[in-house]
Ligand binder design. Structure first.
Ligand code: ADP
Ligand code: MG
Length: 246
């Protein structure tokens, strides 16, 4: 539970030859407490960069406030965020139980509480029968749910999702999407979910932000944005129709 206020955010990468590349240019955005926000845009538009700035993984110009506090002054722990990407970084040598429990183990949570919370979240994600296995003995869909379970068990105030379902097949993807929305609504966290798929964005968003070429193109309620006639929105819609045809 937290609101995020972004003011004039500019993020720049520098390569080995010191050549600079601006990936986000003067972006301002307000994310309301406990809302499900989806950022949609083409590959290379700056979506991952936006999440990396919020997560404190890269430097930027401008401001990010979390509940009114300058994020620059907060440690990673104090930010209390979970980041889920399409690369499920499960520890290969640990069981799924240990993987899910990891955020609680490093916080020295009591053993009984760990057992109770791991079982609770695993049940919600339908992987309770996988807890004693190692990651390599799980399907891709189960691995992704285990990594989601690890994000949920922290009970963070902010969830950041970076195209978390892109490695799943369409059926698993739409099931996982419904599950994510349901679980986030239950836990009440603020969510920023990144995708390049406007259909996925429409299915999930309370608030929709379209990002294009380093800037916010348009934002608003999903229907407002979808029916805006905006050129980028129309091309994103066209991509879905073309994919459906071929
Ligand atoms: P998206 O997630 O929307 O695909 P990114 O935020 O990953 O876009 O990237 C935005 C732009 O920044 C892209 O043009 C990308 O090539 C560039 N970029 C991303 N990471 C780096 C990096 N480490 N070094 C240089 N340029 C980068
Ligand atoms: Mg990306």
């Amino acid at each position: 539970m937290a609101n995020i206020k972004i003011e004039n955010l500019t993020a720049t990468y520098e390569n080995k030859k010191k050549v600079k590349y601006t990936a986000l240019d003067n972006v301002s955005l307000e994310i309301k407490d406990s809302s499900f926000n989806v950022v949609v845009g083409y590959s290379g538009s700056g979506k991952t960069t936006l999440l990396r700035c919020i997560a404190g993984l890269m430097d930027y110009d401008g401001y990010i406030f979390i509940d009114g506090i300058d994020a620059d002054s907060l440690s990673v722990q104090e930010r209390n965020m979970s980041l889920v990407t399409d690369k499920f970084v499960l520890y290969r040598s640990m069981t799924i139980f240990e993987n899910i429990a990891f955020p609680l183990l490093i916080n020295n949570a009591p053993k009984e509480e760990i057992i109770e919370r791991v079982n609770e979240v695993a049940k919600k994600l339908h992987i309770e029968h996988c807890l004693s296995r190692k990651p390599k003995h799980l399907s891709i869909g189960q691995q992704q749910r285990a990594s989601l379970a690890r994000a949920l068990i922290k009970k963070p105030s902010i969830y950041l999702f970076d195209e978390p379902l892109s490695n799943l097949d369409p059926i698993n993807r739409s099931e996982a999407r419904i599950l994510i929305k349901k679980l986030i609504k239950e836990t009440g966290g603020t969510c920023l979910y990144v995708t390049h798929d406007i259909k996925e964005a429409m299915a999930l968003a309370d608030y929709l932000i379209v990002i294009n070429d380093k800037k916010i193109e348009i934002e608003g309620s999903p229907l407002e944005v979808y029916n805006s006639g905006n050129e980028i929105v129309e091309t994103l819609k066209g991509d879905v129709e073309n994919n459906a045809l071929f």
